[in-house]
Design a protein around this ligand. Structure first.
Ligand SMILES: CC(=O)N[C@H]1[C@@H](OP(=O)(O)O)O[C@H](CO)[C@@H](O)[C@@H]1O
Ligand SMILES: [Mg+2]
Length: 544
């Protein structure tokens, strides 16, 4: 790193001092916090993205400004690697270090040490690093994006490209496509999704169901807007009514959206008794999560969460794979400790290979990539289906040899179309919704019929505010607490009191809370187990 580069970094970092008492961690899904405190963080992650692009050159890195399901006054930033997946976990400690550096001098020293260790060469002449920036609809997004641009371009030879307002999965998709040398604009994304969706519709053998309207809750965020764009420009015949678009004064994620619906299990704003029985879906604030529901009565809903979506996808994929001659592939599904116990029983009953990962899609993605076809979902609705490149090539080769219209040809064509429809980079509410819709039509199922695949065990989630959530340390599966000492024995004591009782605690990686999950054979029991474990958290850690 030469003197001019050092001077440039010192100068730009002076504009973005670290707010006092801010302690940041890259967490489950990037840095998050109150938007007014994040300029320096975003600027520094801009620098990191440039270094990542230089390290892996020639490659484009993505940088998304969003705080997903968090409140509107929060914001955050996460990095997409050239594959379109999450930033390699090996770089997270460096992200934490630079985000917390207390002075420009410390920041430069850390960068200097890191680029030497990683053997990154800066300033080779010409523009060699490229970072694509996207943001959700949060009002703070635009100024934070400017800070990110300054960070990116303060590394010599790197350019920032503002891609505007996007869903998180759109940016990941575009980054992946760009690095594969494919067309990578937003309209290419819409084109790819709509073409493969239409192909799957055409492959439905017998139309068993009159397609009925779907009502979508857009969480007053970017997802509703983009869904409308897709419907207007590419899928005119798809009957979807979008509510909570953010245009009618509604607030992002406030009593709306996938996180609210999944955690509270009540109707989002804008939905009610007139919608009883109608198929409805909710996106989260940056449209990487999808859940379905229908109103049963009053404000009560029947929730079809990520586990149910996973089960539907697994059934459909398995049906296609079974139609192929010979055993060509390994199909696996990945869940977390938050998966409803009934869903795991159901998936195992289908004879599927079920594996568990830690919370956070980066962990699930990694495990799913070990299969030829790996389906992963968090209960909250974040998930996708990964197809290995070799399996897709095998399918494409097979398609050429088979006679058009045969059962096997159709099954192969469906699998190829799914691999194009479903986002291979990251969970994507829009592409997930399209796949659910097509599978329901293929099966001839209503949302109620789909819901009957299995009955969820009653569960309860509680957030507990404590003075220091890092005092909770769990095992790698996150199902047992190692610290504070004694708390796990106390939790086990509570669990024992309930039929089919299961409960665990872990510190959230996106909010300043300890999360409690409880499951039991009745709702009263799940609530009571959740409450007593929350009480234990308070008595061991104190109230926040
Ligand atoms: C219980 C739960 O829903 N946790 C969510 C939440 O993480 P926490 O670390 O639990 O705050 O946000 C993550 C990012 O969206 C998501 O991956 C994860 O599943
Ligand atoms: Mg999200």
């Amino acid at each position: 790193m030469d003197e001019t580069q050092i001077a440039s970094l010192l100068k730009s970092s002076d504009i973005f001092p670290l707010p006092q008492s801010l302690k940041l961690s890259y967490g489950t899904a990037g840095f998050r916090g109150d938007a007014s405190l994040l300029d320096s963080t975003v600027y520094r992650v801009g620098i990191l993205s440039s270094l990542r692009s230089l390290k892996l050159k020639p490659s484009t890195i993505g940088l998304m400004i969003t705080a997903s399901h968090n409140r509107v006054s929060d914001n955050g930033i996460k990095v997409a690697d050239p594959s379109g997946g999450m930033l390699s976990q090996e770089w997270e400690p460096f992200a934490d270090q630079i985000a917390n550096a207390s002075s420009p001098q410390e920041l430069v020293a850390l960068i200097r040490e890191f680029i030497e260790r990683e053997e990154i060469s800066i300033g080779g002449g010409g523009d060699v690093g490229e970072v694509w920036l996207g943001r959700d609809t949060r009002p703070s997004g635009e100024s934070l994006l400017r800070a990110a641009e300054i960070g990116v371009s303060s590394v010599s030879g790197c350019v920032a490209v503002d891609k505007g307002v996007l869903t998180t999965p759109q940016l990941h998709w575009m980054v992946r496509a760009k690095n594969k040398g494919l067309n990578a604009t937003e309209s290419d994304y819409f084109e790819s999704l709509s073409t493969s969706f239409k192909c799957l519709i055409d492959l439905i053998p017998v139309k068993k169901l009159e397609s009925s309207k779907l009502v979508l809750d857009g969480a007053n965020g970017v997802g509703g807007e983009k869904m409308e764009e897709l419907l207007r420009g590419y899928l005119r015949n798809l009957d979807v009514e979008v509510r909570n678009t953010g245009r009618d004064g509604g607030v992002l994620n406030e009593s709306v959206g996938a996180d609210f619906v999944q955690k509270e299990k009540v109707v989002p704003l804008g939905f009610g008794v007139n919608d009883v029985g109608v198929r409805c879906a909710s996106f989260d604030g940056d449209a990487d999560r999808l859940v379905y529901f229908y109103v049963s009565s009053g404000d009560k809903i029947e929730l079809l969460d990520g586990d149910k979506i996973l089960s539907l996808f697994a059934l459909f994929i398995k049906e296609q794979l079974n139609t192929l001659e010979g055993k060509l592939s390994r199909l696996g599904v990945v869940q977390t400790a938050y998966a409803n116990g009934a869903s795991t029983d159901y998936l195992k009953g289908l004879g599927l290979d079920v594996v568990f990962a830690k919370t956070g899609v980066k962990h699930l993605h990694e495990k799913a990539a070990e299969f030829d076809v790996g389906i992963y979902f968090e209960a909250n609705g974040h998930g996708t289906i990964l197809f290995s490149e070799s399996f897709v090539s095998l399918l494409v080769g097979k398609q050429k040899d088979l006679s058009e219209g045969s059962d096997e040809y159709n099954a192969v064509s469906r699998l190829v179309a799914v691999s194009n429809l479903i986002n291979q980079a990251v969970g994507d509410a829009i592409s997930g919704l399209l796949l659910v819709e097509v599978i329901l039509q293929h099966m001839g199922w209503s949302v109620q019929k789909w819901n009957e695949l299995y009955k969820d065990l009653p569960s309860r989630q509680v957030k507990v505010e404590v003075p220091d959530r890092t005092a909770v340390v769990t095992t790698s599966e996150e199902t047992e607490a190692l610290k504070p000492l004694g708390i796990q024995d106390a939790i086990n004591g509570e669990i024992k009191k309930y039929k089919r009782g299961r409960a665990f605690i872990r510190p959230s990686g996106t909010e300043d809370v300890v999360r409690v999950y409880a499951e039991a054979s009745t709702q009263e029991d799940a609530d009571s187990l959740g409450d007593s474990v929350a009480q234990l958290v308070k008595s061991f850690l104190g109230s926040g």
